[in-house]
Ligand binder design. Structure first.
Ligand SMILES: [Zn+2]
Length: 292
């Protein structure tokens, strides 16, 4: 079982005192701290990176130069995490969408990596400038040079708005990250449930359209076991080619409930987060197979 909070705090400790002003271009401030050199090589499809440590303590972090830049950066930070946390890699082949099956060590390193790439204080400051939106995500992902999913997920987790980022394929909800405010309202999105009827995401999948927005989504569409009564805003994007659908859902200022909602069936017995499902910033969705 992963202690997410302690991993995040290990990452923040690791970053203390470092000059982070250049990390959008150059991650050597991190690699140097673990006595590693970052190199690039062609790897096979789906492989992201690995680390070699010599007897003298120096390491080489190698990332797949064929992958997108955002992915390379994530891989480099993931490898730094292996070194800092002293966690062994699991090099087993894993099928796509296998997030839930990923080894604890790998998930821990993903969490650590997201902290390195999107330093909390700066990221939070940027997120707080505006209401959640896809435009804001685009702006932030360009600034922090991270994948859309990693950025959106972290945005949803850090905003003060009651907000969730939901990641789906064409059938099922795969992953969600929720803000503290939304968790405080007792709103949770069911994992592995069908893409909900009545959502923008569902509409896009049915029609094959690529993007849509609606500010009158009934809240019980998304949140399990909720009453009706408030309207959510949902913006969704659907990529038929990759079979990926993303939704950002949130209550606009003062449009959500003021108090935690009493769920009809009382407090859920099941920990819907499974401890791990709602990590912000994770995201190996695009790594189809080998992850080292
Ligand atoms: Zn790893």
């Amino acid at each position: 079982m992963i202690d997410e909070v302690s991993i995040r705090s290990r990452a923040r400790q690791f970053m203390l005192g470092l000059d982070l002003s250049n990390i959008d271009k150059d991650l050597s401030v991190y690699t140097q701290k673990v006595n590693a050199k970052l190199t690039y090589e062609e790897m096979s499809y789906g492989e992201s990176g690995y680390t070699l440590t010599r007897r003298n303590g120096k390491s080489s972090i190698v990332v797949n130069e064929l992958e997108r830049r955002e992915r390379q950066r994530f891989s480099a930070c993931h490898e730094v995490a292996h070194l800092v946390l002293g966690l062994a890699s699991n090099h087993q082949e894993t099928p796509s969408w296998s997030y839930a099956k990923r080894e604890d060590n790998e998930i821990a390193c993903d969490i650590f990596a997201s902290e390195l790439l999107m330093p909390f204080d700066a990221f939070k400051r940027d997120v707080d400038q505006d209401e959640p939106s896809f435009e804001l995500i685009e702006q932030l992902r360009a600034k922090y040079v991270v994948s859309f999913a990693a950025c959106a997920s972290r945005l949803a987790a850090t905003t003060d708005y009651p907000c969730a980022f939901v990641f789906m394929d064409s059938k099922v909800v795969r992953y969600a990250s929720r803000s503290k405010a939304l968790r405080g309202l007792n709103a949770w999105v069911e994992m592995r449930a069908p893409v909900p009827n009545g959502s923008v995401a569902h509409r896009l999948i049915q029609s094959g359209d690529w993007s849509g927005e609606d500010s009158d989504i009934s809240q019980d569409v998304w949140f399990r076991d909720w009453p009706k009564g408030y309207d959510l805003t949902e913006m969704a994007k659907h990529y038929p080619t990759f079979d990926e659908t993303f939704s950002l859902i949130w209550f606009e200022q003062d449009s959500g409930p003021q108090e935690p909602v009493k769920n009809w069936s009382g407090t859920p017995m099941q920990d819907d987060d499974d401890g791990l499902k709602e990590l912000d910033g994770v995201l190996s969705f695009h790594s189809r197979s080998k992850k080292k």
